[in-house]
Write a protein that binds this ligand. Structure first.
Ligand code: ADP
Length: 462
């Protein structure tokens, strides 16, 4: 800077000397003045041209480096360029951070919507879009209240009290596939609001199931308990003869054992839910398990015969197909036997006396083990089939109770089979009979002897 001033005055002094001595004018001082004026004008024009170049460079966006200039303007260009580069880098880094932040919010299982002070949508993540049916390309800058029309939300938004969440019907909620969305607003900044949404459908369903479960258990226990209390009262107040007493005691015993079975089934279910997955290394012979089930089934048949007059025994058959002979299954033996027995005992209990029950074991085409129980009982109409494995669901309550059912049997079977990686299936035709079966995957099977492989049609077993 100082060099520049020195130079300027140096040229002026030099000009004054040249003008004074060499310019042909009347007075020397006029010569000096004219030359100095010429020098000052040239300096100004030269400077202005350089300043203009810098200005032009700044105006067009100065992506490229500054124009090549020496001196003050050159340095100024370099400095502006440097500052600009720093500014650019910090902009890029905050852009990157913003993108990372938005990507993280995109990955969130919760919906996030940024709402401006005037109620317009600024940004929303995919989860929120799915929950509320927002298309960000179309709906950015739209008033959120115009998109979320649910009256519960409208009242909530208007209330200006956002210390709690509200639950509304989600976008695409259907009667058979409800979608319940909880949302809450959080004010921030200058009148802006953050909306968080989350899918609470499963939570609400679990809560309904929990309430139903408690109500069902209470009801199931209360009924025999009331009967039992009635009998106790009768025995206390009436003078019964020994025969009557025996009859009453037997009735009381049957109510007590009904409660006991219920509690045992409940405990089985809760144990199944709380215990680790069944072993994949302990193998059990299918043949042996089938034998145990057959013994139990024959015992149940005798009990049914003893309790019913004119009872004609069922035709009960057990078939172990050639390709499942020598087969072993990995898992929890007690659980598997209980699942198999449950299906057999249902078939025997619900099939009228004299009917037919066929139990079979075989390897199916995909190499999975299939256990099936087919009966010629009353059958079940199609609308009941999807709900049969729900706890306490019964098609015919009185028939279930008459035969000592708790309504938990199929829920236990389904649980056991799922825990073993298998699938349960139910086919039934009203008035014709039912077929309850389950399959366990190939990964849980092995052969106990070499003959097994000779019996296989599936080449992957050889
Ligand atoms: P329950 O203890 O009442 O037998 P389950 O869970 O074992 O309970 O069965 C649920 C319902 O499914 C039964 O109440 C009955 O209505 C129906 N069901 C089960 N097995 C059969 C079958 N083999 N034939 C006809 N109905 C059946």
């Amino acid at each position: 800077m100082f060099v520049r001033i020195y130079l300027y005055f140096f040229f002026l002094a030099l000009g004054a000397i040249v003008g004074e001595h060499f310019l042909p004018v009347q007075t020397p001082w006029l010569g000096a003045l004219l030359v100095d004026l010429a020098i000052a004008l040239s300096w100004f024009l030269y400077d202005a041209r350089r300043a203009y170049k810098i200005l032009e460079w700044i105006k067009v966006g100065h992506q490229n480096g500054p124009p090549f200039l020496t001196g003050l303007w050159g340095e100024m260009g370099e400095r502006v360029h440097k500052l600009n580069r720093i500014h650019q880098q910090s902009l890029e880094s905050s852009d990157r951070r913003l993108m990372e932040f938005l990507t993280a919010i995109q990955a969130s299982p919760h919906g996030v919507i940024l709402i401006k002070a005037d109620g317009k949508i600024e940004w929303s993540n995919k989860t929120a879009n799915d929950h509320l049916g927002i298309d960000l390309l179309r709906d950015r800058e739209q008033i959120i209240g115009n998109l979320v029309r649910d009256p519960i939300y409208q009242a909530y938004a208007a209330s200006n009290v956002y210390d709690h969440e509200v639950v509304i019907e989600g976008h695409q909620s259907q009667i058979n596939k409800p979608l319940r969305i909880s949302l809450q607003l959080f004010p921030y900044g200058d009148g802006r609001r953050l909306m968080l949404t989350r899918d609470v459908t499963a939570l609400e369903q679990a809560e309904v199931m929990r309430r139903d479960f408690v109500a069902n258990v209470s009801h199931e226990i209360r009924t025999p308990l009331t009967v039992l209390a009635g009998f106790v009262e009768t025995m206390q107040n009436l003078n019964l003869n020994p025969e009557e007493q025996t009859r009453y005691l037997m009735l009381m015993q049957s109510q007590a054992s009904r409660m006991q079975t219920l509690v045992e089934d409940l405990l089985t279910l809760s144990k199944l839910e709380g215990s680790p997955m069944p072993s994949g290394v302990q193998f059990h012979s299918v043949e042996q398990m089938l034998k145990i089930c057959e013994d139990e089934a024959r015992g149940l048949l005798s009990a049914l015969a003893a309790n019913q007059e004119h009872f004609k025994p069922h035709q009960l058959s057990f078939e172990l197909s050639l390709n499942s002979q020598g087969l072993e299954v990995a898992g929890n033996k007690a659980e598997l036997i209980s699942a198999m027995s449950n299906l057999i005992s249902n078939a025997l209990r619900y099939t009228p006396s004299g009917g037919e029950v066929r139990v079979s074991s075989q390897l199916n085409a995909t190499g999975d083990w299939c256990f099936a129980v087919q009966d010629t009982g009353p059958g079940i109409s199609a609308e009941h089939l999807p709900r049969l494995t729900e706890r306490f669901y019964r098609v015919d309550r009185s028939r279930s109770r008459e035969t000592g059912g708790t309504g938990l049997g199929l829920a236990i079977v389904k649980h056991v089979i799922q825990r073993h990686g298998g699938e349960m299936s139910i086919q039934s035709i009203l008035g014709r009979g039912s077929n309850f079966s389950f399959t366990l995957p190939k990964s849980r099977l092995k052969a106990s002897h070499e003959d097994f492989y000779q019996n296989q049609t599936d080449p992957s077993f050889r």
